[in-house]
Design a protein around this ligand. Sequence first.
Ligand SMILES: C[S@@+](CC[C@H](N)C(=O)[O-])C[C@H]1O[C@@H](n2cnc3c(N)ncnc32)[C@H](O)[C@@H]1O
Length: 292
Amino acid sequence: MKIKTDIYLGDTNEQIKLLPENSVDLIVTSPPYADQRKTTYGGIHHAKYVEWFLPISEQLLRVLKPKGTFILNIKEKVVNGERSTYVMELILEMRKQGWLWTEEFIWHKKNCYPGKWPNRFRDAWERLLQFNKNRKFNMYQEEVMVPMGQWAKSRLKNLSETDKIRDISKVGSGFGKNISNWIDRDKAYPTNVLHLATECNNKNHSAAFPEGLPEWFIKLFTKEKDTVLDPFMGSGTTLIVANRMMRHSIGIDIVPEYCEMVKKQIKPVELYLFESKAEYEKTEYDRCITVC
Ligand SMILES: C[S@@+](CC[C@H](N)C(=O)[O-])C[C@H]1O[C@@H](n2cnc3c(N)ncnc32)[C@H](O)[C@@H]1O
């Protein structure tokens, strides 16, 4: 079978309508933030942001499979000295559309720029909002487990009696924990904070994801041969990573140069996908790129 990469040039609001319903397993995207990067690819006024995004999220709801996931990377800007509320308004409106706001991950930007502001500190994190169509969605948690680390050895050595019994969470989540279950384990489940540096050496795009960001969500929410969509593709980080991980991918961008750039970038990925030509030849996979 072929691992496909489809690139659509144009306005997402229109191009997304070409995709069939219930056809995508994971959407990972970072849309233009309100009023930012006007000079490169336009910006949407913060007061109009929700109105602009809702027809797009309605289409994303249509194309996502019932057990699929949508990860939206966004951060509210500061307007007149206070944080704008459009992200919160967007969440509320998307819930009315039928989305479940299932989780919020934090992207901690390990290498944010130094700076000084009179009334706030350096902004070192962004939101990664998780939306789903249903409470039950595909999630492959074992794929993102992390090493326990040295701290666990000392912490787990001196457990109290209450640590050893099943403790129904005090925050009312309904989840229980028995910490002693984790003694002698090598790996633990991660937290919902992702510590990743922003991309510095990239790719002729001013706002590219670090590759580790889509990679983590692709591992967590998809398996090989699933389909990943980035409706604001930019330099194509999501597609490039998806392709390398044997997932089909679809990207949309309004800037022709970005579409051309991604087309060129996907090809070299093919070259180092397989250890040897023999290994490549014996696999059923192939690569193809369609530019629409
Ligand atoms: C924040 S960047 C995405 C960067 C991407 N995550 C990467 O790793 O390179 C947002 C992208 O959305 C594109 N864009 C802005 N408005 C758009 C629209 N209406 N339709 C399609 N693409 C759009 C821009 O050209 C830009 O490349």
